[in-house]
Each structure stands twice: as structure tokens, then as C-alpha cells.
Design a protein around this ligand. Structure first.
Ligand code: ZN
Length: 98
């Protein structure tokens, strides 16, 4: 869920974080009140609601990466241990055709 903040292009006014339609409404009302005759302009910012701090996110990614490497190593050891006896009985003989 994203939130929108509109900033006036004529002065330092900014709307509170809200929905896109609500922000545009406030922006238009501000221009009608403070800058009559000027078409609404300025800038709009967006942010995602519910996003945690970047520090915690980075630590989580590092933990997941470490777990992934551990799983990778474990599966590699297991697959070599399993496949080795299975491959051993298979005898491959080459016949030379003349
Ligand atoms: Zn303004």
C-alpha cells in the first residue's frame, strides 16, 4: 500500500501522507486558496506503508544468505554420498568398431 505526499511548486506547502486522490484534492484546494489563477503543479512523493528500517532488512538478508549457503553445502555433501555408490556398479565398456 503506497502513500502519496504532494508538494506545492509555488511555496513550501506539503500535504500530509495520504492516498493519491486525497492528496491531489488537498493540492488543488491549496492552489485555489493560496495561488488562485495558477494551475496546480509541484511534486508528488510516494512511499510504501509498513516497510521496516533498512538496517533490520539487511541483517535479515544476510541471515537468509548464510542459511542458503549451509543448505547448499549440506545438499552437495548428501548428493555426492548418494550418487557415488550408484555410479560405481555401472560398467562402461568401449568397443572399437573397425
Ligand atoms: Zn503553495
Amino acid at each position: 500500500m503506497s502513500q502519496f505526499q504532494y508538494a506545492c511548486g509555488e511555496c513550501g506547502f506539503r500535504t500530509p501522507w495520504s492516498t493519491e486522490s486525497q492528496g491531489a484534492e488537498w493540492q488543488e484546494a491549496h492552489y485555489a486558496q493560496r495561488h488562485p489563477g495558477i494551475p496546480p503543479g509541484g511534486m508528488v512523493r510516494t512511499r510504501d506503508r509498513g516497510r521496516s528500517g533498512s538496517g533490520g532488512g539487511g541483517g535479515c538478508v544476510g541471515l537468509v544468505a548464510a542459511l542458503f549457503v549451509l543448505l547448499l553445502v549440506a545438499s552437495t555433501c548428501r548428493s555426492t554420498a548418494r550418487s557415488a555408490p550408484a555410479q560405481a556398479p555401472v560398467a562402461i565398456s568401449w568397443e572399437v568398431l573397425r
